[in-house]
Design a protein around this ligand. Sequence first.
Ligand code: SF4
Length: 478
Amino acid sequence: MKSASGTTRKSIQKISPIDVYKLLPKTNCGECKEANCMAFATRLVNGELFLSGCPPLFTEKYARAREALEELMEPPVRAVTFGTGKNAVTIGGKYVLWRHEFTYHNPTAVAIDVHDQMTPDELVQRVGSIAQFTYNYIGRTLNVNAVAIRSVTKDPAAFAAAVRSVAGATDLPLILCTLDPAVMKAGLEKARDSRPLIYAANGDNWSAMADLALEAGAPLVVSAPGDPALLRSLVRTLLDCGVNDLVLDPGTFAGAGLPETISTFTDIRSQACRQFDELFGFPLLGLPLAVWTGDEISEDVLKWKEAVLASMLMSRYADILIMHSLDGWVLLPQLIWRFNLYTDPRKPVSVEAGVKPFGRPDKNSPVLVTTNYALTYFTVESDIKAANLDCYLIVADTGGLSVESAVAGRIFTAESIATALKDYSIAGLVDHTTLIIPGLAARLSGETEEATGWKILVGPKDSSGIPQFLREHWRTEH
Ligand code: SF4
């Protein structure tokens, strides 16, 4: 497949650092904080840096090289941003079909719906609940990203009032949902300058919706439920009209049409990433709230159906979801699944290495050591905090590997523990020389005593046993 300029497009895995290096200024000026241009090129190809990290590229002198680089590095699925300021959401920007091929960028945005039959008080209350929905998961804050305002009344004035209420109550990005251009126009007037996502243009209203999107400078969803050929045709037409920021809604069918839904999402993303199909190279929108339009009457059944559908769509390439349920048991699995799906598989999730004091440690307090794998660290932290222990915890840099893996890989060793003791000046923190190592690193105890000169106690294999371990061993053995 050729790019717009006629060059043959390459998948990200086939772009070498040399391809990029050739187009960089090659001055090794260091403004990017990398050792040289080649180091920058390598990290750019790895997806760890962006072109914007090289300021000289954005000068007149390198304008042509920058354009060539932008084309070379352009993801097959375009990135689309809606909202403004710190809460703006970017969706899409995907390079690959499978996460193990590279990594996924721009986690699936989750929006929760409100509608224009709600009173202003109800709107403000629900929007407050949406904004406050946060969860701390291994040190990361998980939350929802946007509010979708649906026109149920089909009345422009009612929709405008609802948009005004929501916009006044939150700075989360908005999605305005109506197929009626007159209603959309009224809503957009109350969301000026906030770059909402417009839902949606279809086979009947595309011309008027295109005008509204251009006028508002806002991205537009293209909707053709169950008809990929129409979707493709609408995308071509809207691009010809100058609307370039598009999001695709191929249709979400919650009942018997579910297999077709998943298959269509997969086909579209596959064509974008494998064949560089530019008409399908846009973010995908899924509507788990479609379950609420069925004839199921049990709310709990509807909620679990919505939860399952959301997970399926997120797994099969949805870049944004509009949901209805705000219950923790429905939303949290989605947010945790999203976190894991969008974690770079090449990099274990880690925390900063160092020494962490807990409670009010003094010169006689215990010193424990663990690794900087995030899940390990936060589990140990949680167990120490739950027991109100006063202690020091050395977090050794194992590149984000767990204790067992780091011991097996000879990364968590007697020498690395000795280095951590020295680097973090532990001898200056306490008046004793006793160190508690994790039970899973028991085999390091002898060599660690030799390498450090400290007495080594082998702690429990599971950090939940730390409080009891300290009760039984600390006062008597150190
Ligand atoms: S800022 Fe650009 S030109 Fe300077 S070293 Fe980095 S990549 Fe090279």
